[in-house]
Design a protein around this ligand. Structure first.
Ligand SMILES: Cc1cc2nc3c(=O)[nH]c(=O)nc-3n(C[C@H](O)[C@H](O)[C@H](O)COP(=O)(O)OP(=O)(O)OC[C@H]3O[C@@H](n4cnc5c(N)ncnc54)[C@H](O)[C@@H]3O)c2cc1C
Length: 439
């Protein structure tokens, strides 16, 4: 068994997959280790009663950092694009958010916001001001506050009271804001599975294996890891490590003594993950008129819903319709009353999916919170990607580039990290790699 690697990537979530694919593609002999028996982490897919249910992420941005990563390593992104892809639900009304008036507002909002904050400095968010506080300067309308809070819930898994206003403005004026989206046929896991051949061309992928401990040399650099594989501890050596386990898990694997005084406590104190509750349900009768992703303006808790029923999505047995509805609990960070939160989300499903009570069958209720959260850090409260150890980085949604969210943020972070690694720890054996699908 091979035990010497140029790079070790801990965890096969979005950030880990993108980092490992980029490293292997650049010629680093890469080992990717994943605790689960599948890749994708919180953007993966599992089977329940013949239906393919996502573990988290459902939509992928078209033309965003995930697609860029795949393109850079020679893989084509395969997405199904519903028409329209995003709709806004206002009571019984469905508004096309890709085009028409809502689409126009969506496209023009960044310019309007930019203009307002430029010509009227008092409307520029103050440092530390939440989006809700900032919005109250413009309006007290419950409808607008509710709609903005739901959009923030869908994009950031946080409430408008948690999200800093400068992050909100940056995301909608300069960031992608998921304007063009698609869904992966077979579930989101398929996006990451398409990167496996790239990694395996110049490395190994160990599933159902866990990194237990990082080892250090006398200069304070990581030089290897102890990994549990097939019930045994295997020791490997490596020049660089990228951890996708989250900053808190990374410091635990490394040990307090390898960081400056107070670092361990700081990461523990600032570890404030956000939550989402998702209910997947199916029916033999159609329950919704929207085609892909729906954002709801006025709800008890539901921030978005998804439709996975079209045969092109390859997600459900013939004759069935598959949906999800998701909520951000209150509070989004910390402890919440789970039974009450489930009750409120089910109430929204009954309101927005007529026929659910008669024909609907709940397949799964997933609570992504605490150590398996919706986002490891609310955008704006991330840890730095570079740890105080020179050859150890954190990738993923606990240490993402400022102002970004979701899979886009994880993929962008992976690119920044791999660029830093190739500058500071150039691969000794830079072999130009033949890449599948690239001619
Ligand atoms: C309900 C929900 C809906 C979402 N919707 C969207 C969406 O539509 N679009 C979008 O872009 N984003 C969405 N997101 C956010 C997105 O899913 C996450 O931001 C992203 O998947 C996080 O990826 P990550 O790189 O942080 O890795 P993670 O998903 O956290 O994966 C880390 C991996 O590391 C493994 N690991 C941990 N410790 C070890 C160890 N010691 N050894 C080996 N392996 C280890 C874990 O098993 C895991 O597989 C959603 C999230 C949720 C929860």
């Amino acid at each position: 068994m091979e035990t010497k690697f140029d790079a070790l990537v801990i965890g096969a979530g979005t950030g880990g997959m993108c980092a490992a694919a980029r490293l292997a593609h650049k010629g680093y002999k890469t080992l990717l280790v994943e605790t689960h028996d599948r890749v994708g982490g919180r953007a993966s897919t599992r089977e329940v009663d013949g239906f393919l249910l996502n573990t988290g992420a459902l939509v992928i941005e078209i033309g965003g950092a995930v697609e860029q990563t795949l393109n850079d390593v020679g893989v084509k992104l395969n997405l199904f694009v519903p028409k329209p892809a995003t709709e806004l639900l206002i009571g019984n009304k469905h508004l096309n958010a890709d085009g028409g008036f809502v689409g126009w507002i969506r496209n023009q909002a960044p310019n309007i916001l930019n203009f307002i904050t430029k010509i009227l400095p008092p409307f520029k968010p103050k440092k530390g001001e939440s989006t809700a506080e900032w919005l109250r300067k413009f309006t007290k309308s419950k409808f607008i506050h509710g709609a903005v809070s739901n959009v923030i819930g869908a994009m950031f898994a946080a409430s408008s009271e948690d999200l800093p206003a400068d992050v909100f403005l940056h995301y909608f004026t300069k960031g992608s804001a998921f304007k063009k989206i698609g869904l992966a046929p077979g579930g989101t896991v398929e996006v990451w599975k398409s990167l496996l051949p790239v990694i395996e061309k110049n490395g190994e992928v160990w599933l159902s294996s866990s990194v237990k401990k990082l080892t250090f040399n006398e200069h304070g650099l990581v030089n290897g890891a102890e990994i549990e594989r097939n019930g045994k501890i295997v020791t490997i050596s490596t020049n660089v490590v990228v951890s996708n386990a989250g900053p808190w898990a990374t410091v635990q694997m490394a040990g307090e003594e390898h960081f400056p005084k107070g670092h361990y406590q700081k990461i523990e104190r600032e570890n404030r993950p956000a939550a989402i509750i998702t209910i997947h349900f199916a029916s033999q009768k159609p329950l919704a008129k929207f085609e892909g992703l729906a954002l709801a303006a006025k709800t008890h808790r539901m921030v978005y819903a998804g439709n996975f029923s079209q045969p092109e999505q390859k997600r459900c047995p013939p004759g069935w319709y598959l949906y999800c509805a998701a909520s951000v609990p209150k509070p989004a960070i910390g402890e919440f009353d789970l039974e009450e939160e489930k009750r409120l989300l089910i109430q929204d499903i009954k309101d927005y999916f007529p026929g659910f009570e008669e024909h609907g069958k709940i397949l799964a209720i997933d609570v992504t919170a605490h150590e398996w959260p919706a986002q490891r850090a609310v955008t704006g409260f991330d840890q730095p990607m570079q740890t105080p150890v020179k050859n150890l980085w954190d990738v993923g949604d606990g240490a993402k580039p400022w102002g970004e969210a979701g899979t886009v943020a994880c993929a962008k972070g992976a690119k920044i990290i791999v660029d830093e690694i190739s500058e500071r720890f150039p691969v000794k054996t830079a072999i130009p790699m033949p890449v599948p699908g690239k001619h």
